[in-house]
Design a protein around this ligand. Sequence first.
Ligand code: ATP
Length: 363
Amino acid sequence: MPTPPFDTPVAAPPKTWKIAVLPGDGIGLEVTREAVKVLQALAARRPEISFEFAEHAVGAEVFRLTGNPLPDPVFEACRSADAILLGAMGLPNIRWPDGRELTPQIDLRERLDLYCGLRPIRLLDPADSPLKNGSARPIDLLIVRENTEGLFSSRQTRFDPGAASVSDQMRITRHGSERIFHAAFAQARQRRRKVTLVDKANVLPSMVFFRQVFQQVARQYPDLDTECVYVDAAALYLVQHPERFDVLVTENMFGDILSDLAAGLVGGMGMAPSADIGDRAAVFQPAHGTAPDIAGRGIANPVAAILSAAMMLDWLGSPETRQGAERIRQAVTRVLAQPQNRTPDLGGAISTSQMGDLIVSQL
Ligand code: ATP
């Protein structure tokens, strides 16, 4: 998964990888437990891989108790860790006074400058796709989401509840665009060598600019196929012809929306891992939120969290951790090859921890 510029410059990997674990709220607690269980089982079987996990409380519950969803000592611990494994944060009934939900995971992305959101979407078993003829459509695409600007730029802006209108800004910078496009092209070189820009250049000036920068950067990658698709058409094509896509690159909000849509094609949010990567730090977390509707019942699907842990091993970048990532992915595929091995979101009846145990048993 990782490619330059994301390969960590690890001359001699540390003996023990320091992992900051932030389970967060809701099902974040439940799925992170399984991801850590799988990593521990991997380390137990592979003495050349060793982890030191430091768990920290963050999120809406911590905000309720302390007034800060991401306490400073936790942020410092994250900054000094080799990687950060995160569950999910935020609860609908705990909000800032202006009504917005707490999103410390977005604060973390911005403060660590984790500009590149990688969201791989792979259909592991055709039975889990809601599309007709699932088996005829290999779905294997990667959404590269710009994480630090776009339509999320105004998210901290205060507004007057009595105002007659409120506006949000779509902020696109040349620097932010160039670095995310380079990241997308680098990913495509490790995949099927096609990059689709998703924009709204037929309407928004910021998106005309985004497309211009894309086309300029694309000239440095003559070996790759490129195309530009409007975001509304991209939503249509993702449902009708997901197999036509390899790497899709887009701004923050479009990436947020399309990654949920794409997750739906391969079984839902419980199947969608993600990584938020910067030049010096990275957070690995499932693409889903805290799922308050099912939290606390032990039925959340931990596969997205476990596959996110595999992405973390890829990013850590030693031959051993990369092999470990591959072993986890193979274990997940083997478990899902049995139709009965499904949590309720996939139509099955096994629990979160049973799914974790099955994956451990296949390592
Ligand atoms: P956020 O905005 O924080 O990403 P969200 O409001 O999009 O969160 P999610 O928490 O991702 O919502 O949940 C969306 C739906 O997907 C819910 O019905 C939830 O139960 C389901 N879901 C999410 N994650 C899982 C999971 N791991 N296993 C099973 N179902 C899940």
